[in-house]
Design a protein around this ligand. Structure first.
Ligand SMILES: [Fe+2]
Length: 294
């Protein structure tokens, strides 16, 4: 069966047909998926009732995996999934829904702000692949914003201003926006800011995009309030509805996105209902900016 891609978003995002993610991909299929990602940046695969092993195999056929180690507040003794998965569900290791005031849950609510996965890591993520195993009765959409469109539609003065800027990213910044500030010394050390360039150029298409994220809490060389208000304006510009695709999940959907070219955010849903979403992540090629010694 031929692989087809049909655009579903206003300016990007496509649904893919003709692939069974339970089976190994041919070399041509791998190339087609990468080509689709370069073009659309978000690909939607419906009716993929896959196991963890199949999700992992599909992910690894596309590149090197990023492990989820030390990036959440789930204690090591309460891990539901191995480190090859980022557990973005609301479930503990016994598959029970987190209490509303559960600390790892409240930390995880940072995913409801626009962000790019792992922008707080020196080598940030390339693709994320999210598989819906169970979904709430309402809400819980994931929204995606096209950061190429965000860049392309800046006026020339702002394009000149963002050129060459470097931001500091940390989960401490994104969580503090929601009033989550009670980090331990160990967590503050673990979530030390990293540097990321503000404008990225795609290695294949050469398209430029804004590399924004709620994790960005400063611009190197700028006073903090000025940097944050500037970044806030850029996020507001880049997430206008005409640049946003909202994905309404069905069980069996797998959505893959390019973190280099998009931002995303989770939308709220009833807190007592289970939402089992499992993410695998591909590592990026390298740092986007030079780091400074601690
Ligand atoms: Fe995310």
């Amino acid at each position: 069966m031929a692989i087809t891609m049909r655009q579903v978003g206003p300016c990007f995002a496509a649904e893919v047909e003709g692939l069974d993610l339970r089976k190994p991909l041919t070399k041509d299929a791998v190339a087609a998926v990468h080509d689709g990602m370069d073009k659309y940046a978000v690909l939607v695969f419906h009716d993929q009732r896959i196991t963890d092993e199949q999700q992992l195999a599909f992910t690894q056929s596309l590149g090197d995996i990023e492990h989820a180690i030390g990036t959440s507040l789930r204690p090591l003794t309460d891990q539901r999934l191995p480190s090859t998965f980022a557990d973005v569900s609301n479930l503990d290791k016994d598959h029970k829904v987190f209490a509303r005031d559960d600390r790892p849950r409240l930390f995880g609510l940072g995913n409801r702000l626009w962000h790019s996965d792992s922008s707080f890591k020196v080598v940030p993520a390339k693709y994320s692949l999210l598989s819906a195993r169970s979904i709430p009765s309402k809400g819980g959409n994931t929204e995606y914003a096209d950061m190429r469109a965000g860049y392309d539609t800046l006026d020339d003065e702002i394009k000149a201003e963002v050129d060459g800027l470097v931001c500091e990213h940390s989960q401490i910044f994104s969580r503090s926006i929601l009033g989550f500030t009670d980090f331990t010394d160990e967590e503050r050390a673990r979530f030390k800011p990293v540097r990321q360039c503000l404008v990225r150029t795609h290695p294949v298409t050469k398209r430029r995009s804004l590399y924004l994220s709620s994790h960005a809490g400063g611009i190197v060389g700028w006073p903090v309030p000025e940097a944050r208000s500037f970044l806030r304006d850029l996020v507001e510009h880049a997430t206008q509805r005409q640049f946003v695709y909202a994905h309404k999940w069905a069980v069996g959907d797998l959505v893959m996105w390019d973190n280099r070219q998009t931002m995303h955010r989770a939308r709220p849903f009833p807190p007592h209902e289970p939402r089992d979403m499992r993410r695998t992540t591909l590592m990026g090629d390298g740092p986007t900016a030079e780091q400074v010694a601690a």
